[in-house]
Design a protein around this ligand. Sequence first.
Ligand code: ADP
Ligand code: MG
Length: 343
Amino acid sequence: MSETRTDISELGEFGIIDQLTKGVELKNSTSILGVGDDAAVIDAGNEEYLLVSTDALVEGIHFNLMYMPLKHLGYKAVAVNVSDICAMNGKAEQITVAIAVSNRFSLEALEELYAGIKLACTEYQVDLVGGDTTSSTSGLMITITAIGRVKKEEIVYRSGAKEFDLLVVSGDLGGAYMGLQLLEREKDVFKSNPAIQPDLDGHDYIMQRQLKPEARVDVVNYLKELGVQPTSMIDVSDGLASEILHLCKTSNVGCHVYDEKIPIDSKTSMAAIDFNLDPSTCALNGGEDYELLFTIKQSDFEVVQSNPNFSIIGHITSAEDGTYLVDKNGSAVTLKAQGWRHF
Ligand code: ADP
Ligand code: MG
């Protein structure tokens, strides 16, 4: 180890990953793709690839048990992993679950967590096939690995976007972030005065977006039914802006994204305005929506445009043209990602 000490907060999550994984070489011809996409791609020796993805959720960082029921947490931990398999245009089939848990948790509490995990397994038709259980000095950490499959000719990477492709996102954005804002606010109110009951009425939609996100398995199926093979794809875990920049960087292209085309549910907009936040900013930077962001060829425009699950939000340009957000007045500003900063 060298004498220098670099603070990890200087690097951020993606900087740390780059730094730690640089120089990693794939030794096996079956390792088709390693670090850098939503899931690793492994040649299973037939017409399909295996897909493998891991995500960890840490108490105090990704969830707060004051407002996140354990059952929801279990469900969400599975959903976010299935989502990464969807982002490769694949189907998740198995998961393993590793937990580190302090003695603050009872067996009954952990059974609640597993009730959520099992519910998600039923919902997404995946099998729980293993895992690991260890103790932790404080808090709960849950790490899930999802294993999936995709036909070789149907795999979609982050790297396939081409100039003139259209940029598309499923569903609507910003809801999960507004749900979090609401839950945080009510938690603070409760902490300052436990006699005041949380005021969550009328906010079911954004709460559900935060507490019970769904992997868009249905979107992967719609695309197949429509005969649309995306040229690139990623799931929206860190915020739309961050994910667009990932797609563009990995594909070595630029983009124009139109602010007014970004899909935002009216309940999300109303909550944002209530919090004095700009709805577009919440949609661009909020994260945790677990929608799918993808690019399509121009020839697929009509079939995608006429589908209510999808919004065409921009188009791909050359890398030299840069990555831009075009605001409601038509002026272009450089697209920036605030995203989540854990470090
Ligand atoms: P996602 O948001 O889709 O889950 P991440 O941003 O977490 O993806 O990770 C980006 C890529 O870096 C993935 O290929 C992931 O497997 C890889 N990765 C993340 N952390 C590590 C690590 N500590 N060691 C090796 N690879 C990592
Ligand atoms: Mg992902």
